[in-house]
Design a protein around this ligand. Structure first.
Ligand code: UDP
Length: 249
């Protein structure tokens, strides 16, 4: 089995959470400005009509499997991935290691106070976690230069960006190098979950791949975004039967 596969034109690296954590920490330490994408089904759908976004995904240092939809397709193609790698899990694993190995982390994203609360929760769980800085994710375009400078001066090596997709992927593609961080990861709404503002679906729902339904019930305004899911199934089906036309770049 190869290390990665392509799903509807998007690269997916077949790494479990433990291996992904090792790789991200290596990037963080070596200062390579490596962008890590936690690839979701909705993102693959967006990539069908947005070539720039697709390029960002495909040029990332790592593209990890964040959703059950992608996991199912990967397994059907013979991948032995045991589980998906969610943003929350990656943040937790990375912070455990960052505390042990003294890698400074920066949290950017979420409503006012959310990143700070998430960082505090993680620091309590992983004593000694070097928190280089926190900053909310609602800012104007003209603030970006200051934010980048602030991250650079903080000497952070690992940057978590929770601005939602595709905003966080595009932000990292444009600014990660200037922050001086070795690795930057788009983590969606992970700070909301870690800070306790948003509850994750109960384990049983997650096990049966129903997190999307749980989120839909709790946040009905997401219904429009979730139309991406049946559309994804449709695209995979037509691709399988060779009916899809090759997208231009
Ligand atoms: N967010 C942000 N700035 C923005 C828009 C959104 O920091 O301009 C945050 C929002 O507060 C939330 C996260 O981005 O914490 C998006 O969460 P969501 O669960 O929607 O992530 P997705 O499913 O898009 O990855």
């Amino acid at each position: 089995m190869p290390d990665s596969i392509e799903i509807l034109g998007c690269r997916l690296d077949l790494l479990d959470a433990a291996t992904a954590t090792d790789r991200v920490l290596d990037f963080a330490r070596t200062g390579a400005a490596a962008q890590v994408v936690t690839l979701g089904t909705e993102m693959v759908v967006l990539a069908q009509r947005d070539a720039a976004f697709r390029d960002v995904v495909n040029h990332a240092a790592l593209s990890l499997c964040d959703t059950v939809g992608l996991l199912t397709v990967a397994r059907r193609r013979g991948a032995t991935l045991r589980e998906r790698v969610t943003g929350v899990e990656l943040v937790e694993r990375l912070c455990a290691r960052a505390a042990a190995e003294q890698v400074p982390v920066y949290f950017l994203g979420g409503a006012e106070g959310v990143a700070a609360d998430a960082a505090a929760v993680l620091e309590a769980r992983f004593p000694g976690l070097p928190i280089a800085g926190v900053r909310s994710g609602y800012f104007a375009q003209e603030d970006i230069a200051d934010i980048v400078a602030e991250i650079r001066t903080s000497a952070a090596q690992l940057l978590f960006v929770g601005l939602g997709s595709p905003r966080q992927e595009l932000w990292l593609a444009e600014h990660l190098r200037a922050t001086g961080c070795g690795a930057g990861i788009g983590v969606g709404g992970s700070f909301d979950v870690i800070s306790g503002r948003v509850r994750r679906a109960p384990a049983a729902w997650r096990r049966f791949g129903l997190e999307w339904l749980y989120r839909l019930i709790r946040e009905p305004r997401r219904w429009q975004r979730q139309l991406a899911l049946p559309y994804f199934v449709w695209l995979i089906t037509i691709e399988r039967f060779g009916l899809a036309t090759k997208k231009g770049t």
